[in-house]
Design a protein around this ligand. Structure first.
Ligand SMILES: C[S@@+](CC[C@H](N)C(=O)[O-])C[C@H]1O[C@@H](n2cnc3c(N)ncnc32)[C@H](O)[C@@H]1O
Length: 253
């Protein structure tokens, strides 16, 4: 068993099909099925959920329509399901059939087994009717195998007036580079990896399949140019990847 970083690499660069396969692999924990080593998520999903809640105040109201794209099957969607039950929200979930099969069937939940946005029925039934959209730890997979611009545009299409959308937990290679070039980043790396080596950081190098500042700021600009307010937010420092991930919040005026 290697370091947590080695374990994390084992789960990097996954496709939707990989997630389908992992969802059916009973040797994996619910965290591993959703692409995280246990050390990154186990016992930490409560703080992650709190950070989602603090960015999406409409979740604390009553009787809203909530959509989560890519809920996976760990504690996070279950915390959301409990909240939706308490608050009388309707909950729409889009993920593979294999992943959704791990989540309960309840009368306020509607499941869409599909690769978003390839699910016309959600657009027919919910265009401009969803109050809260949650996309958490999903965008970097879409960046590699899908079309992030279409993914963004079609998510925005579902948002109701006054609605809010969190595109959370986006790994940003530019942020990572800045952190690991700093004295605090070097110390963090050396303690975490138990080494005296310096972290590997490359500037001016092509990083295929990695989201950087240009992509994140481009998504924000695109949402704004289409009439939505969009903001880049830091993650709370107690989240496991806060030094290299960040969140985008979008509101429809
Ligand atoms: C890393 S997991 C994150 C799960 C959950 N949001 C969390 O943070 O624990 C990514 C999930 O997104 C799903 N996924 C990836 N691309 C998707 C897409 N285009 N449409 C729907 N689900 C997608 C995968 O099947 C997987 O369940």
């Amino acid at each position: 068993m290697g370091s947590a970083d080695d374990q994390y690499r084992k789960f990097a660069d996954l496709t939707f099909e990989d997630f389908q396969r992992m969802a059916q692999d009973d040797s994996l924990s619910p965290y591993e099925k959703t692409g995280s080593p246990d050390s990154y998520r186990k016992g930490k999903e409560g703080v992650t959920f709190q950070s989602i809640l603090s960015n999406l105040p409409l979740l604390n109201e009553q009787g809203k329509t909530v959509l989560e794209v890519g809920p996976g099957c760990s504690d996070l969607p279950r915390l959301l399901i409990n909240l939706c039950r308490e608050r009388g929200h309707k909950l729409l979930l889009v993920d593979s059939e294999e992943m959704l099969a791990h989540l309960p069937e309840e009368n306020f939940i509607r499941k869409f087994p599909a690769y978003f946005p390839q699910c016309e029925s959600i657009f027919t039934d919910y265009a401009a009717k969803v109050d809260i959209v949650i996309i958490y730890s999903v965008l970097h997979y879409v960046f590699v195998e899908g079309n992030v611009w279409d993914f963004l545009d079609r998510s925005l299409e579902l948002l109701a007036e006054g609605g809010e959308m969190l595109v959370g937990d986006i790994p940003n290679v530019s942020k990572r580079r800045r952190f690991f070039s700093s004295a605090r980043g070097v110390k963090f790396h050396q303690q975490f990896m138990n080494t005296q080596d310096l972290p590997e950081v490359h500037f001016n190098r092509l990083e295929r399949h990695r989201i950087d500042d240009a992509v994140i700021l481009g998504l924000i600009a695109r949402a704004r140019n289409q009439g939505y307010e969009a903001y880049l937010l830091p993650q709370p420092p107690d989240l496991p990847m806060a030094n290299r991930r960040e969140d985008v919040l979008i509101r429809r005026p």
